[in-house]
Design a protein around this ligand. Structure first.
Ligand code: BGC
Length: 778
């Protein structure tokens, strides 16, 4: 299935007439390089074109796509600051092209365009091996349309008139790293290979404009020396786990000196960089010096997940004369949310989950940026999506991922567990499909986009994809219980939620969303069908898993969270009982959480909703294992994959699967905005045109300030404890309808009392500043 016309934020004006041919270097010229046994990298094909401008130009627009990633220079200047274009899609179904206005880069007279290609997701290593999308050579499509001031046009296209070569990039693999052996700038004698070109209708058919923001430089960071391991090896620390690489300007090296940069997230006890958790990813760059002062090295088609870098092959003197910067990359989404409170450890937790998003917002939302996965796991994406949308304007970013999900849809309607799908060298699809809490992303993410951005058009466009998926769930359920869940409440500790229960709860939840979505897209018939199905699934869930005493099969914290969060209880009494069981389970677990990727997201909102916000804050502030702050007090700068990725007693967790930059357990971010700050969108007037502000405060934080810059304007919500009062202050943008929910109000400015709801006072706020004083009962 193909979905077109997604919102895209590039002003793309697809060439009315595509003239360019796809060009490449024949396989015989691409040099293999044995990185180490079993891992071969390939030299980067490079292309060069010189041309004369015929007069003064009005504008020059370049359209570019590739099989593989491309980097283009016009007169020695990078075409723009984005990386790894054309990004990652299912290259068998869709390939994006990018549009660049390069008028400023051209000059009168002679102009030179050079292009390099890297293996990237198209042909490089991903998880077990390379070439997941086939063994076709890397190819470039380039079309430059020049409009002269006198109204005439000229088109420069990729074709066999370009010169080809394999230059200084010996290999550059996204996961393995890069080896770079520069040549003198004026020496371009390597452009001596013939270029092959061909019109490729099949590829042209799958071209679509850039979707969502490309990967850009997020931040340039300083590095600090940890230690010199010996005379020629130094270990550096960025103080922040990032996704990117080092960029350096070198002085004092002799021709042929090779420096090695090895990247990792942690240090071993002997202060060497810890790489045991990378599995088959290598994260090593090599630079062979020219011996010229001021030579620079920035890798081209590789990225590393790291906080530490071990540089070898360099003396102290050369190190000090040279400059070293860490470059953090991320898909360029604008920041929209801020959180700060009176507890520095909670602030650090917030910073860690924010950075988790920065680092994992790659061409697709990834599970992690360092080991050999870096995959678009649907479960991780859906559980973090709410947090992601508060932190950043992630509208087009997630829309692009939704398109990837649609491309991953199987004939029976199931969605892949990783998106884009990987095909493997022999055409076998990697990973499973249709698993509970993972594949449901295909409904949950578009629903979040509707809530956050009011994007109903997107729901309409995407409706058929969601419908096919929900049909798959209905058809594969046995007596209205869908049971497929390979992962369940992934990486929970101390207890395991029955996996089929997770799948069954999610399927019912999906149906409740589909009922709303069908109404929104104007399909009443579907809406009533999904309503009936939801009722059947809900009843079946209760029949299958709930006992007479309101305990649930498995009796885990996540059990109770799922039934409450997804509104699957049969009545109010049952709801209250489930909430009590949840509290019992927390107490039985020594007042600690036991949750994995799934349950964790619902813990805080559910506890607060049922009157247990004190317990929610107890858990937030717990520092002993397992807890959010456990990683914080142990030095984390991002969210760890496991509660015990590292423990003081046990050291590093299981190296078979242990990342220090997995954002899923950081999905508490959504509650920090919507619980601590209380800012929540409304289903009927989405995009924050109508807002419910229900802050849960706690004296142990002393104060809290949250802001969210929505499409409807900037909302701010803050509270602070002062004597026997809690002082609240809100900022409400114009043309929005904001309801504020508080209890024991002493004074109000800028809001009118509306009603009482179960002991909570509800106020309608005016625009601008609104303040409340509330009695603090100790
Ligand atoms: C990934 C996860 C993913 C999981 C599925 C792991 O290897 O890193 O984040 O969701 O597999 O269970």
């Amino acid at each position: 299935m193909k979905i077109d016309n997604f919102t895209c934020n590039h002003d793309s004006d697809f060439p009315k007439i595509l003239k360019a041919k796809w060009m490449w270097l024949s396989n015989e010229y691409v040099r293999p390089y044995e990185v180490e046994p079993y891992y071969t990298g390939y030299s980067s094909p490079q292309f060069k074109k010189e041309f004369e401008l015929q007069g003064n130009i009005k504008r020059a627009i370049a359209y570019v796509s590739a099989l593989g990633a491309y980097e283009i220079h016009v007169n020695d200047r990078r075409i723009d600051d984005s990386y790894f274009n054309p990004g990652w899609t299912d290259y068998r179904k869709r390939l994006t092209y990018q549009t660049y206005d390069i008028s400023e880069l051209l000059k009168n007279g002679n102009n030179v365009i050079t292009a390099s290609l890297g293996d990237s997701w198209y042909r490089g290593f991903i998880i077990f091996h390379d070439r997941n999308y086939g063994d076709i050579p890397l190819k470039l499509l380039f079309q430059l349309q020049i409009e002269y001031e006198d109204g005439t046009w000229e088109i420069i296209c990729s074709d066999e008139s370009w010169k080809g070569g394999t230059g200084p990039i010996v290999y550059s693999d996204y996961q393995l790293g890069e080896r770079y052996e520069p040549v003198e700038c004026e020496d371009d004698s390597f452009y001596c290979l013939p270029v092959v070109s061909e019109w490729d209708e099949k590829l042209n058919q799958i071209l679509v404009p850039q979707l969502g923001p490309p990967i850009r430089v997020h931040k340039i960071m300083d590095l600090f020396v940890v230690t010199w391991l010996n005379d020629s090896t130094v270990v550096l620390n960025t103080h922040q786990n990032i996704s990117g690489f080092l960029s350096c300007e070198l002085y004092g090296l002799s021709k042929g000196n090779c420096i090695t940069l090895e990247y990792g997230e942690m240090l071993n006890a002997d202060q060497t960089v810890y790489t045991a958790n990378l599995r088959t990813a290598r994260q090593k760059d090599y630079y062979v010096a020219l011996g010229r002062d001021g030579e620079t090295f920035t890798p081209h088609f590789t990225s590393h997940g790291f906080q530490y870098v071990q540089i070898s092959g360099i003396s102290k003197e050369i190190f000090e004369r040279s400059t070293w910067k860490a470059v953090a990359l991320s898909a360029g989404c604008e920041r929209t949310g801020f959180f700060t409170c009176g507890d520095e450890k909670v602030n650090k937790l917030y910073s860690n989950l924010y950075w988790g998003q920065v680092d994992n917002f790659s061409a697709v939302p990834t599970d992690c940026p360092q080991r050999n996965e870096r995959l678009g796991w649907t479960g991780d994406a859906q559980i973090f999506c709410g947090t992601g949308c508060y932190n950043m304007d992630a509208n087009t970013y997630y829309q692009k991922y939704c398109m990837d999900m649609a491309d991953s849809q199987f004939d029976n309607g199931a969605i892949g567990d990783v998106v884009p799908l990987l095909y493997g060298t022999d055409g076998i699809v990697f990973f499973e499909k249709g698993n509970g809490a993972w594949a449901d992303a295909v409904i949950i993410i578009p629903w979040k986009l509707y809530l956050f951005y009011g994007n109903i058009e997107f729901l309409k466009k995407y409706y058929e994809t969601m419908k096919r998926f929900i049909t798959f769930l209905i058809e594969n359920a046995v007596n209205h219980v869908y049971k497929r869940a390979d992962y369940g409440d992934w990486l929970s500790v101390n207890e395991e939620t029955p996996r089929e229960l997770v799948a069954a709860a999610y399927a019912a939840y999906d149906l409740s969303l589909m009922e709303k979505i069908a109404k929104l897209v104007g399909n009443k018939e579907d809406a009533s069908y999904y309503h009936e199905q939801f009722e059947l699934f809900k009843r079946a869930f209760n029949r299958e898993f709930v006992k007479d005493d309101y305990t649930i099969y498995g009796d885990t914290q996540t059990d109770y969270l799922l039934i409450l969060q997804f509104h699957l209880a049969m009545n109010k009494k049952a709801e209250k009982e489930f909430a009590k069981h949840l509290v019992r389970k927390i107490e039985e677990n020594d007042n600690h959480l036991s949750l994995g990727f799934v349950g964790i997201s619902y813990l805080m909102p559910v506890l607060c909703r049922y009157g247990y916000s004190k317990i929610a804050y107890d858990l937030l502030l717990t520092e002993s294992y397992p807890s959010w702050l456990y990683s914080v007090v142990n030095g984390a700068t991002t969210i760890w994959e496991r509660w015990n990725s590292y423990t003081i007693e046990g050291g590093f967790g299981d190296i078979a699967m242990n990342s220090f930059n997995h954002y899923s357990l950081g999905s508490i971010g959504e509650w920090m905005y919507s619980g601590c700050g209380g800012i929540m969108p409304d289903e009927d007037m989405p995009g924050f045109k109508k807002v419910h502000i229900r802050p849960y405060s706690d004296v142990r934080l002393r104060y809290c300030r949250v802001s969210y810059n929505s499409y409807a304007g900037m909302f701010e919500s803050s509270w602070k404890y002062e004597g026997d009062k809690v002082k609240y202050e809100f900022t409400i943008p114009v043309n929005t309808e904001a309801y504020i929910y508080l209890s024991d109000v002493i004074s109000v400015r800028g809001a009118t009392f509306c009603r009482n709801e179960d002991g909570t006072e509800v106020y309608l706020a005016e625009e601008g500043k609104v303040t409340f004083e509330v009695l603090y009962k100790m």
